[in-house]
Design a protein around this ligand. Structure first.
Ligand SMILES: [Zn+2]
Length: 335
């Protein structure tokens, strides 16, 4: 059976930069099969997160805090979309690395690489090792409904006091800094552009995010985003990870002046959704009516009880008042 990739990812750079935590640790993370609450999920936590002496909440999310009162939170999720193999359970899987790209050695076994979001975990380990101030959140059960982060904000919102920006590392590819999740704005353009500048404009603000853990905090934390970490074809056996990209990203994040990053979005303000790629906050009412005449007619008729005749009357009356004559008075022939 031949396996076809959706696209053949080319690595962003020619070499893998040296990082505070060795790239071998990322390889180790990806070796575990880690569906939510599986033996592999627990093994990753025991071997790589518990040595950091984290706080563990009642749900099982793990937190490491660096600095007295950090204003930035960094997140990744521990679980993957591996399917449990009840008949032949395996803790680990075999990988292949070539030219800075890592993939499954045998995609025929139905596994996934798990760079979504093992790579995010490795990014956090690096920032911790480098001593970057922040609240580091290792959330559980993202792939089965974002359960860990939802639990955390619902039961322990005080944990996030003083946090005004949250960066998740759970976006595919090497081009996006997510500004919208599920169509709603999650961070300001100012914030996203600032981050883009710090990564030398290698990636840009992008409104097409679905959701990840930072989505759970959009009503609480000013700037919430998701940063591309360089995996492709996630949730499939053809998933791959560009090691050159994530090593580059980690070093730029470590070099960043986090105190200078602006947080301006008001999380309590009603957020305008994106529609067909347009930011509706920039449009006035007549723009929207022009773009969506059928929808506008449906809303007027169904929700406001306005008939076609009512509309003719209302428009005619307006014209009569404005022009001072009765040319378009009610009952005039408009055709
Ligand atoms: Zn993910």
């Amino acid at each position: 059976m031949a396996f076809m990739k959706k696209h053949d990812p080319v690595t962003a750079f020619d070499a893998i930069e040296a990082t505070p935590v060795s790239i071998d640790i990322l390889v180790e993370i990806l070796t575990y099969r880690r569906s939510a609450r599986s033996e592999g999920d627990e093994a990753l936590i025991d071997n790589l997160i518990m040595p950091l002496d984290p706080t563990v909440d009642a749900y099982g999310n793990l937190f490491v805090s660096i600095g007295k009162a950090p204003s930035v939170a960094f997140t990744a999720h521990t679980d993957t979309v591996h399917r449990d193999t009840a008949i032949n359970p395996r803790l680990t899987q075999t990988l292949s690395i070539e030219n800075g790209l890592i993939e499954l050695a045998d995609p025929g076994k139905g596994d996934v690489l798990g760079a979504d979001d093992g790579t995010g975990i490795w990014v956090l380990l690096n920032l911790i090792e480098a001593g970057v101030e922040g609240l580091y959140c290792f959330f559980r059960d993202e792939e089965i409904g974002r359960l860990g982060s939802e639990w955390s904000i619902k039961h322990e919102p005080e944990r996030y006091t003083g946090i005004d920006m949250m960066l998740s590392f759970d976006r595919m590819g090497t081009t996006d800094i997510i500004t919208h999740q599920m169509g709603d704005r999650c961070c300001s353009e100012l914030f996203a552009t600032h981050i883009a500048d710090a990564i030398d404009r290698q990636c840009e603000p992008d409104p097409t995010g679905s959701f990840t853990d930072s989505c759970s905090f959009m009503d609480t934390i000013s700037e919430c985003t998701n940063i591309c970490v360089g995996y492709y074809d996630q949730h499939s056996s053809l998933e791959s990870q560009d090691l050159t990209w994530v090593a580059y990203l980690v070093n730029r994040l470590i070099a960043m002046e986090w105190n200078a990053v602006p947080a301006e979005r008001d999380p309590t303000e009603v957020q305008m959704p994106m529609l067909d790629g347009y930011d509706m906050a920039d449009m006035d009412l007549s723009d929207i009516l022009y773009m969506y005449p059928d929808e506008a007619a449906y809303i007027l008729e169904t929700f406001m009880g306005m008939t076609q005749a009512d509309m003719v009357d209302a428009v005619s009356e307006l014209h009569t008042v404005e022009s001072g004559n009765a040319l378009l008075s009610p009952g005039a022939n408009l055709t």
